[in-house]
Design a binder for this molecule. Structure first.
Ligand code: PMT
Length: 425
């Protein structure tokens, strides 16, 4: 059966076996909302992440999976299945699926259809960042690009495995734009905001050749050998910024306090405990083009760190003498020589967020302050520290820009894109 120009266009969606497979349910809804038809084929591994029932309910069509199914063959042969489409979309395109496609393997229905199709193929890869960066995957992507396959993503951010970097499935709306672009006969796919399709392609990366220095996490200020002063920062926001800057092509140094996160892929991480260690590490990592102070540096430390564990004595409560820590951000922003072109601070506030942040912008001398309300009753439910989302207001000398509540990775990508544009001006 040949597609009729009056009929709605049909997408053949090949669903690979990856954790991101759940996102194709949204993709199917978006495709159908555009008046397009979508028919899904699952690999065996995809069945570990989504069910034929859930896919069938969003496609409104039978879901195929078996190469040697008598019933399916009787209804529609696999060659016909691959030809009765206007576009083939592979999402998530796993490293395994890309490898099979690149070498022309056809050992299941999905790969057989990909080999038998005469239609354009759009691949939306998703995999661990090291798998995406592996030379074998790079070779396969290069081969498939040469064979005419179009790629959308992957994007940068945090992975299901806890690492940060390039490897996330492009968001469904961005895949839909790519689908519409290809159906319209165009092949130049617009990149989703903040996404850089190929980490090896420096031409696409706005911070290539730049050094970005990021502080992240809390500091721990010792009281005695077993006790310390700390705060609830998890490092999620700062680490996401470091990962996004690396994905944007920058050489990134991340100075981090004690956190339970893996170092983001592709950044040089320096681990410190105290504010003074953080200040030393920052000084050693200079110069940089952009400094971003996302760390929740303790404002005070104990003025008299005990050499032995303080003992409880009946009825008496020891007094803690606090002394002020150096202000790392102010030191970088007010440096007489070697000041970075852009100095960005964060302001963690629980009241009068904007007013306090404006005062910090002026007092510390930075170019931009990212203000967030860290109270548990603030704009981001449950507080910002330790949570996955944040609600930020960007404040500079020209005004205030408020962003909606977003995942910390999305904020990081958007902030990095903004800083890259500011630097380019
Ligand atoms: O780590 P998460 O759980 O993801 O949470 C993210 C965050 C809330 C920690 C982050 O978004 C944030 O707001 N970081 C800054 C926290 C903070 O210490 O804010 P502040 O208002 O106290 O400090 C203002 C700025 O001065 C910050 O850029 C801070 O890094 C810097 N500072 C503060 C004190 C100091 N001695 N040296 C500094 O450099």
């Amino acid at each position: 059966m040949q597609p009729n120009s009056l009929q709605p266009k049909r997408i053949l969606l090949i669903v690979g076996g990856g954790i991101a497979a759940y996102k194709v349910l949204d993709l199917c809804r978006l495709i159908r909302r555009k008046g397009l038809l979508v028919r899904a084929v699952m690999t065996k591994a995809a069945g570990e992440f989504v069910t034929p029932l859930s896919l069938g309910s969003v496609t409104g069509d039978k879901v195929y999976g078996e190469l040697f199914s008598l019933t399916d063959e009787a209804e529609m042969g696999h060659i016909e299945l691959s030809r009765d489409a206007d576009l083939v979309v592979v999402a998530p395109a796993t490293a395994n699926l890309l490898a099979k496609m690149a070498s022309g393997l056809a050992d299941d229905l999905a790969t057989t259809l990909l080999l038998a199709t005469d239609k354009k193929v759009l691949a939306a890869p998703a995999m661990n960042l090291r798998m995406w960066a592996h030379p074998a995957t790079r070779r396969n992507v290069a081969q498939l690009t040469a064979d005419g396959v179009t790629f959308i993503g992957p994007t940068a951010g945090s992975m299901a495995c806890g690492e940060f970097g390039v490897g996330r499935l492009a968001e469904p709306p961005a895949i839909l734009v790519a689908i519409e672009t290809l159906l319209a006969g165009d092949t130049a796919i617009p990149l989703p905001e903040g996404a850089w399709a190929d980490p090896a392609d420096s031409g696409l990366r706005p911070l290539s050749g730049r050094h970005v220095l990021v502080t992240s996490g809390p500091t721990h200020e010792p009281i005695d050998p077993v006790r310390y002063i700390a705060n609830r920062s998890s490092g999620k926001q700062g680490h996401a910024i470091a990962a996004a800057a690396a994905a944007a092509g920058a050489s990134v140094t991340l100075v981090t306090g004690p956190v339970a996160l893996a170092d983001p892929y592709g950044v040089t991480a320096i681990h410190v405990e105290t504010a003074r260690e953080m200040q030393d590490a920052v000084a050693r990592a200079m110069p940089c083009d952009i400094f971003i102070g996302a760390a929740a540096v303790a404002d005070w430390r104990s003025g008299d760190v005990a050499g032995q564990k303080l003992k409880k004595s009946a009825g008496a409560v020891s007094e803690l003498t606090l002394v002020e820590n150096p202000d790392i951000l102010a030191g970088v922003a007010q440096a007489k020589t070697g000041r970075p072109a852009l100095v960005v601070g964060f302001a963690a506030e629980t009241t009068d967020v904007i007013a306090h942040a404006e005062a910090k912008l002026a007092r510390k001398g930075c170019d931009l302050i990212v203000a967030n309300d860290v109270s548990t009753s603030g704009e981001s439910p449950g507080g910002v520290m330790g949570q996955a989302t944040n609600t930020v207001h960007l404040i500079d000398h020209t005004g205030i820009e408020s962003w909606p509540t977003m995942g910390k990775e999305a904020i990081a990508e958007r902030l990095v894109a903004r800083l890259a544009a500011m630097l380019a001006q």
